[in-house]
Design a binder for this molecule. Structure first.
Ligand SMILES: [Zn+2]
Length: 321
């Protein structure tokens, strides 16, 4: 990973829609900072879900940007929940090098009812994280139980259970009001941010050399300290558009030395294609296709759940494969 010099940091880098990897110099601790503006706003705006649902999906999108941006090969990183709460399903996808998309399925009445109470929106169920790097490596999936957890808590659990890496994650989503171009009115915008640190001791050697009790205690102290420092970040700071990620990281960890690596740019997008929808429809025979079309004035309309693009087909044009 190319390093960024102090001089680079003085220049005005991008403040929004980035993942910034970093390392705490005096410890074997690596981390990632995420700041999303347009990238998360565009996804949440397409759907216009009730606020608590948008917040949950925003957290899921921030987490997949954080974790997906570390993939070494081209591929996808996906988060999916299935549960019995007011929000039945969340899907957030990250495509390398930095595309985000997502959607949610929920029960409107149940979400409204839960809004006034402390009820967990996800309820009981599972959260799956899937890494698919095509032909380079095998598809990998880790599943954790939800049982009334937030997305950040699920991430902790996932890393503890599936990867056995000490990980600490904070996620924040904010609905702000931004002056319009003329400054006379305000429009609501979504922003999101997150920070993660991981304890990754680099002991060297194969097999790794054993360490003394003192070394071990020192490592544990460093990890605890980094976690405490991270916890001092406020939700507002994670999403603040005027606070540069590099400045925030320096203010947190400067005493232990923090090295910042090249930021990964993030944007919203989709991967749906007319050809793929057509390919699926061609599996049906003409009678089935005409039935589908009959409900919609003779035309088959397929809507992408992620980006809401509507694909229209005349059943007569769809010869079975
Ligand atoms: Zn789409």
């Amino acid at each position: 990973m190319p390093e960024v010099s102090a001089l680079d940091l003085l220049r005005d880098g991008p403040k929004d829609d980035v993942v910034v990897p970093f390392k705490i110099e005096t410890a074997d601790i690596r981390g990632r900072f995420v700041r999303l503006g347009d990238a998360v706003d565009q996804v949440l705006r397409i759907h216009d879900y009730p606020e608590p649902v948008s917040r949950l999906l925003g957290e899921a999108l921030t987490l997949v940007a954080m974790l997906g941006s570390s993939l070494k090969f081209d591929g996808t990183f996906s988060l999916q929940t299935r549960s019995d709460g007011p929000v039945k399903m969340l899907v957030a996808d990250f495509f390398t090098p930095g595309i985000l998309r997502g959607y949610a399925a929920y029960d409107e009445t149940a979400v409204e009812k839960a809004a006034g109470s402390n009820e967990n929106l996800l309820g009981k169920g599972h959260l799956a994280l899937t890494v698919d790097q095509g032909t380079e490596t095998e598809r990998y999936q880790g599943v954790v139980e939800l049982a009334g957890q937030t997305i950040a808590e699920c991430a902790h659990k996932y890393f503890h259970q599936s990867e056995q890496i000490e990980t600490s994650v904070m996620l924040s989503v904010a609905g702000l009001f931004q002056p319009t171009a003329r400054g006379a009115a305000f429009e609501s915008v979504w922003r999101a941010g997150g920070i993660m640190i991981q304890n990754l001791p680099e002991l060297g050697g194969d097999p790794p050399r054993p360490i003394s009790r003192r070394e071990r205690e020192e490592m544990e102290d460093q990890w605890r300290r980094a976690g405490l420092l991270m916890q001092t970040v406020s939700d507002d700071e994670l999403t603040d558009p005027t606070l540069k990620p590099e400045d925030l990281l320096y203010s947190l960890f400067h005493e232990d030395g923090v090295r910042v690596f090249t930021a990964v740019p993030i944007q919203s997008g989709c991967r749906c294609e007319r050809e793929r929808v057509e390919h699926v429809l061609r599996k049906y025979d003409q009678v089935e296709l005409k039935d589908m079309a009959a409900e919609d004035g003779g035309v088959i309309r397929v809507t992408c759940e992620f980006c809401k693009t509507v694909y229209e087909f005349d059943p007569a044009d769809l010869e079975q494969d």
